[in-house]
Design a protein around this ligand. Structure first.
Ligand SMILES: *Cc1c(COP(=O)(O)O)cnc(C)c1O
Length: 387
């Protein structure tokens, strides 16, 4: 019975060209990958600083596994709070120049756990950019609070919404810093100023900017000099850090509150101590990775310029994430397949991940990409036209 219902659902998804399937990669997810036994240049990973597979990180993980074991074994509040968790949190808080930090098993859980806990308080609301990540939306939904949405990166629209939300005691305003599917950057300075003006709590998800922007890779808020004006910072250890897990950095009080009220923190097993040790090592490397950051952003700037010159729509990308907007699902699939034929793997991104009519290829660059990798990609893209 259930199988029949699911068959029909899946067949409908397939008919609309939106069926998602897992692709099997049999190598490490670095700048080059093996898919079905064939080598491809990988433009699909968030391994921005090319730290995946790093020997020092691997060594830190295996040493910690030997010392503590691999499993977290219980919730942090029950008996799983190890010194290595607190050590990582101290370092992350310092990295973001905040009083305290709390680590979650994933960035998804960090957003869901922080937003749902805060916005569940009486007389709270959530205000957010239309294109915020699914984990932010899900946190808001879990809270049951009223959600106000403003147009993407549009500070006029944001201000209008802030005025409408005036009656709420807690106004949680959330934006990504670098948007995951568009590669554009939020106007954080204006965002922070408006939050201050309307007494809203400012929350920024730096999932794609931590490690990449700022002198020591602290993120876009560092680059814009507004770290101190952002109340709550969310990060992931799974992208530039190339490990796993998510975190929040904020005031000591906020973290104490989360330890008491965030269900995504309370009712889950402590993050693996091996992961914590790996993240600590990765953090050390991220801070020193200035030349990798420079190489990455220069590569991105060049690629974006070339794509635009060839008439492709790369939206407002100004980062290592470069979308090539193809509009229809069909065109996106055509381009993705053509790239694969030329040895480049860049995934087709379709609705509902992006709005209807804005399907795209998402090119994600890493410090591991060479000039020749980019030339090959451009060569492959050039051969495509949409009609
Ligand atoms: C990837 C991502 C997350 C989730 O992080 P994970 O550690 O992968 O769960 C959260 N926010 C944004 C903006 C992301 O792109």
């Amino acid at each position: 019975m259930l199988d029949d219902i699911l068959s029909e659902k899946l067949s409908n998804i397939k008919k609309s060209g939106l069926l998602r399937k897992l692709r099997l990669i049999s190598s490490s997810p670095a700048a080059n990958v093996i898919i079905d036994g064939k080598k491809f240049i990988n433009f699909s990973s968030n391994n921005y600083l090319d730290l995946a597979g790093n020997e020092e990180i691997n060594k830190a993980a295996s040493e910690a596994a030997r010392k503590y074991g691999l499993g977290g074994t219980s919730s942090r509040l029950v008996g799983g709070n190890l010194s290595i968790h607190e050590e990582l949190e101290t370092e992350l808080a310092a990295f973001k120049n905040k009083q305290a930090s709390l680590v979650f098993p994933s960035g998804y859980q960090a957003n869901a756990g922080v937003i749902s806990a805060l916005a569940s308080m009486e007389n709270s609301c959530v205000i957010m950019d239309k294109l915020n990540h699914a984990s932010i939306w899900d946190g808001a939904k879990l809270s049951g609070a009223r959600v106000f949405v403003y147009d993407h990166c549009d500070m006029n629209s944001f201000e209008i919404v802030l005025k409408r939300a005036r009656g709420y005691a807690v106004k949680l305003a959330i934006t990504e810093s670098v948007f995951s599917m568009d590669g554009d950057a939020a106007p954080l300075r204006e965002f922070a100023e408006l939050c201050q003006k309307y007494d809203a709590v400012s929350m920024v998800d730096e999932a794609h900017s931590a490690g990449v922007f700022g002198k020591e890779g602290r993120g876009l808020a560092e680059m814009y000099g507004v770290q101190d004006k952002i109340d709550i910072v969310i990060g992931t250890l799974s992208k530039a850090f190339a490990v796993q897990g998510g975190f929040v950095c904020s005031s000591r009080k906020l973290v104490d509150f989360l330890v008491n009220k965030s269900r995504a923190f309370i009712y889950t097993t402590a993050v693996s101590p091996a992961i914590c040790a790996a993240a600590l090592k990765s953090l050390e490397l991220v801070k020193k990775a200035g030349s990798q950051r420079e190489h990455l952003l220069k590569t991105a700037e060049n690629l974006n310029k070339h794509l635009k010159r060839q008439g492709f729509d790369t939206s407002n990308s100004c980062t290592q994430i470069i979308p090539v907007i193809t509009g229809s699902i069909k065109n996106t699939e055509k381009l993705s397949a053509a790239l694969l034929r030329h040895g480049a793997f860049a995934p087709a991104i379709k609705p509902p991940t992006v709005p209807e009519g804005f399907a795209r290829i998402r090119i994600s660059l890493t410090a591991g990409h060479t000039k020749s990798d980019i030339e090959k990609l451009l060569e492959a893209i050039k051969k495509q036209s949409f009609s």
